[in-house]
Design a protein around this ligand. Structure first.
Ligand code: V1P
Ligand code: CA
Ligand code: ZN
Length: 380
């Protein structure tokens, strides 16, 4: 018997569109694509690249590829608007919601084509059966609508990737652990029984985007194929993991997905600049590992995440989890060392300044029972 240590038994592909980490939404904007550069530096710093079977600099998505989901007029606008000409395009800027959360910035369209190109290339590789897991940390922009930008998202790379996957796979399960509701993806497949969407999110009156209540279940053929897990501030590792595993196990048993798409928004971590949960990187990563273990073709995407030193730690750890490598808590030395001084250059920093946990065992039990009952409609 040969003993195998740190060897993954499946094929793993990593997509990093060159230049994506140099984009800027604006000085005071919380979305910082630089977190992608930090992630890449840690992934390579740990030597994980040696355990990744394929590393790709994917080509940018074409206008035609973006228009598989998005309206032509919206994409045409995105391709033409610039910081210089935005004064002349005021009406369209308002109509397509490219204000405040979604500002017009230099190379914004190229940025969209890059992150969408990554998710599409990853989806195609999964469809071809030449990889088992594909990762694009620059993707996961779950709020974008058919003809409207929303919540830092301009084009919906997730919807585009799932549409591509539906050409090959009969049923796709979408799981979203970003602290925000995955409204754009839910909306795109609300009428479909071939895509089940499951979002875990903070749901209180004023928290963006304001949708995703427990009783939103899908419509028509899609009825019962949409699950929402609304949570309160401060959820901790134990509560989240118990609920996540129960809900996902029930969903997988009932839906029997042929492929899974996992959006790993890191704003559900403790200490996030916009978030209000208390999750550790270890627990966030345990969700990823739990999904990996179903052994179905898996597309892993990024998403939110606004305390960027922790976002890059989290996605690096999850890259390691997905390739099946153990990584030491001591971060590798990189040119970005000053970012990680806070925790003495550790991968798993302690969560300082926890938010009060407003969830209770009873409120979570109510959610898991309600979801189990909804899933009964799928059986038989
Ligand atoms: O709360 C809002 C809107 C803007 N107000 C009129 C209500 N927007 C949020 C958007 C959060 C987007 C999250 C995206 C993702 O799910 C996926 C990438 O993570 C927002 C917030 C906030 N605290 O929720 N926008 C901003 N903060 C913001 C702050 C400074 C500059 C620009 C935007
Ligand atoms: Ca979510
Ligand atoms: Zn988010």
């Amino acid at each position: 018997i040969t003993e195998r240590v740190n060897v993954s038994y499946y094929l793993f592909s990593y997509y990093f569109p060159k230049g994506v980490g140099e984009q800027h939404y604006g000085e005071h904007h919380p979305m910082k694509p630089h977190r992608l550069t930090l992630t890449n530096a840690l992934v390579f710093g740990y030597g994980l690249d040696k355990q990744i079977h394929h590393i790709y600099n994917p080509r940018a998505a074409t206008q035609e590829e973006l228009e598989v989901y998005h309206d032509h007029d919206y994409i045409d606008f995105l391709s033409r608007v610039t910081p210089q000409n935005q004064g002349e395009m005021k009406n369209m800027i308002d109509a397509f919601n490219c204000v405040e959360d979604c500002p017009i910035f230099a190379d914004m369209y190229d940025f969209c084509r890059m992150y969408a190109g990554g998710s599409l290339a990853a989806a195609r590789k999964l469809c071809a059966g030449t990889t088992d897991i594909a990762v694009n940390w620059s993707g996961g922009l779950h709020h974008a609508k058919k003809a409207e930008a929303s919540g830092f998202c301009y084009v919906n790379d997730i919807v585009l990737a799932i549409l591509e996957m539906l050409r090959q796979f009969p049923r796709v399960l979408y799981i979203d652990i970003d602290i925000h509701h995955g409204d754009g993806v839910e909306h795109a497949f609300y009428h479909s029984n071939r895509v089940m969407t499951v979002s875990f999110h903070k749901y209180t009156g004023d928290f963006f985007p304001g949708t995703g209540k427990l009783d939103d279940n899908g419509i028509g053929l899609g009825k019962h194929f949409c699950l929402n897990v609304p949570l309160q501030d401060g959820i901790d590792d134990d509560m989240y993991l118990t609920l996540f595993k129960t809900v996902i196990d029930d969903a997988v048993t009932a839906f029997r997905p042929s492929a899974i798409v996992l959006q790993c928004g890191a704003d559900s971590l403790g200490c996030d600049r916009l978030g209000a949960f208390n999750l550790s990187i270890a627990a966030h990563g345990e969700c990823v590992n739990f999904v990996r273990k179903y052994n179905v073709p898996l597309l892993v995407l990024g998403g939110g995440g606004y305390t960027i030193k922790n976002v890059s730690r989290c996605w690096t750890y999850e890259t390691a989890v997905l390739v099946g490598a153990a990584v030491p808590d001591e971060l590798p030395a990189t040119i970005y060392d000053p970012f990680f001084r806070d925790s003495q250059w550790k991968l798993h920093p302690p969560i300082t300044g926890k938010v009060d946990n407003l969830n209770t065992a009873a409120s979570l039990q109510r959610i898991s029972i309600s979801i189990r009952n909804k899933l009964r409609y799928l059986q038989g």
